[in-house]
Write a protein that binds this ligand. Structure first.
Ligand SMILES: Nc1ncnc2c1ncn2[C@@H]1O[C@H](COP(=O)(O)OP(=O)(O)OP(=O)(O)O)[C@@H](O)[C@H]1O
Length: 363
């Protein structure tokens, strides 16, 4: 990230009478980057976006855009465009009129309007549809009109609030790639809200994961996946979710040597789990069922004295339901968290038991 962020929230708090809102948020967003605000319903994503847009005013803190303090500035003074889940198109205006509506209001001359309209329609694949009404378009096309309207405004910052949630899964995937390609091509700074971690992982340069109005973890997608700062981050990012196992459920010899066992929990990703012959690894389990998905197999396991988990094995796995197995993992793969605070605990290599090394073997 460059020294001077393009958007900066500094200790921003906005609370509501009935509870909720955001609490002491500090977020830096680099120019030309794609930042995703991610988190479960009610965590404060839309409130954060609305604060950046100027549709909400902070109780405390400061918001800067392009190095300028905009904390008290109205939405139209901030130089940004917005794309909403609902598209927010005028039903009685055709596509072209919808796209250039804002330019008309701003008094941009007709020749310039027409030029930008043609460019925006071409960029969003809407050529030839300029005279259709929104009611004559598919959901994907309507969302492209909303995108074209944001592009035509030619603002350096674009805010998007769950723009794909009205589209079916297949269309969501292709429009998501279109949005990312457009953002790169135009060099726009985008702040994008979603509750879908796959969307966030696939699109973001930076993810801001929120929980209960606070930043849980902020960083590139790979960092959230590989080095989650908290147990919440670990279980929110990735599918299937990481399994968290109380350390007390593990045999003593498989625990870190420093262990204050009752205070630790172990996080295991499905792809880090290996199945071994019974009696060989730290955890005993029974295969409940398997799902063959082509490139991989999900094996559902009931674990003795610990929560159930899913192992994700490459290719096809022939083991049958009911079979007893041992579970192992490489010493590099487990994540340790403090049970109380949920914070990640980094153990030095001599604190991890060498016996955690799994012994490769077919069952
Ligand atoms: N104008 C408001 N008045 C009162 N409470 C509000 C208002 N706006 C948001 N809240 C509350 O603040 C919290 C965060 O809301 P917000 O809409 O930012 O969440 P979100 O993460 O975008 O959720 P979702 O994914 O469900 O849209 C919620 O508890 C919500 O009820």
């Amino acid at each position: 990230m460059s020294a001077q962020p393009f958007v900066r929230l500094k200790n921003v708090t906005r609370t509501f009478d009935g509870g909720g809102g955001v609490d002491n948020l500090s977020i830096d967003i680099a120019k030309g980057s794609f930042t995703v605000l991610l988190g479960p319903s009610g965590c404060g994503k839309s409130t954060t976006l609305r604060l950046i847009a100027g549709l909400e005013t902070p109780d405390r803190g400061r918001i800067e855009i392009g190095g300028r303090d905009v904390t008290a500035a109205g939405p139209s003074e901030r130089g940004l465009s917005m794309v909403f889940q609902s598209y927010a198109l005028f039903p009685h205006l055709d596509v072209a009129e919808n796209v250039v509506f804002g330019l008309r209001v701003r008094g941009v001359a007709r020749k310039e309007r027409d030029k930008r309209l043609a460019e925006a329609l071409a960029l969003t694949g809407l050529e030839g549809l300029g005279d259709r009404k929104p009611g004559q378009l598919s959901g994907g096309q309507r969302q492209r009109v909303a995108l074209a309207r944001a592009i035509v405004a030619d603002h350096p910052l674009c805010l998007m609030d769950e723009p794909l949630s009205n589209l079916d899964a297949k269309l969501r995937h292709s429009v998501r790639q279109e949005i990312r390609a457009l953002q790169r091509r135009l060099g726009m700074t985008v702040v994008y809200v979603t509750h879908d971690q796959t969307e966030a992982m696939g699109m973001a340069d930076q993810i801001v994961l929120l929980q209960k109005g606070r930043v849980e973890h902020m960083g590139p997608p790979a960092e959230l996946y590989e080095q989650p700062a908290t147990a919440f981050t670990a279980s929110f990012i990735g599918s299937p979710a990481m399994t968290l196992i109380p350390a007390a459920a593990l045999p003593h010899q498989f625990l870190p040597s420093s262990a204050r066992v009752s205070e630790l929990q172990l996080g295991l990703r499905a792809e880090d789990i290996e199945l071994m012959p019974e009696g060989r690894g730290p955890l005993a389990a029974t295969i409940v069922s398997s799902e063959f998905l082509g490139a991989e197999t999900y094996v559902y396991l009931a674990v003795d004295g610990a929560p159930p988990l899913i192992a994700r094995l490459p290719g096809r796995d022939e083991r049958a339901a009911g079979q007893r197995v041992s579970l192992g993992w490489s010493p590099a793969s487990p994540h340790w968290f403090d049970r109380e605070s949920g914070k990640r605990i980094t153990l030095s290599s001599d604190q991890t038991s060498s016996e955690l090394v799994s012994q490769p073997a077919a069952v």
